[in-house]
Design a protein around this ligand. Sequence first.
Ligand SMILES: [Zn+2]
Length: 442
Amino acid sequence: MKNYIIYGADILTFDPAAAYLTGYALKVESGKISRIAPYAELKDEHCESINAEGKILMPGLINAHHHFYSTMVTGFGKAASSGDFNEVLQNLWWRLDKKLMQRDCYVSAAISAINAIRSGCTTIIDHHASPYHITGSLASIAEAVRDTGIRANLCYEVSDRDGIERRDQGIEENLEFLKLYGEEQDEYIKALFGMHAAFTLSDESLHKIAEIVVPAGFGIHIHAAEAQSDQRYNLDHHGKHVVERLADFALINPKSILAHGVHLSPKEMMMVSELGAAIVTNPQSNLNNAVGIANVCKMTELGITVGLGTDAMTVKMLEELRVGLWAQHLRQDNPSAGFMEIASTLLFNNPRIAQKYWGAGHGTLTAGANADMILVDYDPHTPLNEETWIGHVIYGISQARVDSTIVGGEFLMWDGSMLLGLDEAELRSESRSLSQALWERF
Ligand SMILES: [Zn+2]
């Protein structure tokens, strides 16, 4: 792995201590950032120098909740129209995921990862379901992740909805994958224990999962209070809110990710805050499913680390960030509310969440961190500095072209050209054929 310095770019570090740097250079050694210093101090280093004038150098973006397999629904129009979120699940997702086959898992992940590289996203926390091809599905996704060069945290969503046998296969799939990737074994691929949602898991299932997760200290990745119906079900059938029920089984710990949290009670928010788990908001998905808008301001005020995911609506994190901000303005009925709370989800909290799996500094440009970075073509037409950089990210850089994407010091894209060992056109062609076949099986 070669060593090099990048100079000439304005640097956004996502480190609040020194967020904007100009006149600096960054040195990469053995896949890590070894130094960030004024260019004058680094220019005589005996290694390759990359001139990035006219560009912004910033961390590779992190998607904290995604579904690779959803890649295969782009343009799909066969699902019956739905009156509420549960009908969306029944009419589309729970019909479609049953039809996924092993190769679909690989190809959908590879296409989504390639799209992520093109838009500057280098770390993805994914949540997978393919209930009729469970065993080995995570290995297929991991292979795609490896082939594209990004980093991903994978899990299989355990659910009772397809019967006890498939629930147990799902548990086994998580367990086998966690044995391989649950800790420090791999620098690129990580694992969590996936669960669909509390409303598709009986107490017996939660007990069974807790027996595995709690002693091992695994984090869970689950949809929580996405729609009001999740809360209603848990209250009607178990007399508890979603978070109270999960916490009663000791399933929530600091490594856990609760996706959505649109309908959490203040008491549940306090519990999540105390238990140290993250909530990942997915504003485009929530708007699309008409389930509501998460109260990110309130959750932040209560000390929760709120991250940003896309729930597979896109892999463009800066698009999701913008929509998150507009949605929060609407949620708070105040066009000035939520700016820092929403900006922090992507810029500061997603790195904090990812650091639980990938280690110190991940998702930031700081010495010792993984050299996961992007270069963006951006020649600001208004002052760019320590005070204005976040506004530039949301309103300006989000509209600019990602020029280059680097993971572990390796260029996966350079000047807009992909440098993968994969044949992208061939893969897209295969994806069209597989999607056509999937749609016909639907
Ligand atoms: Zn989701």
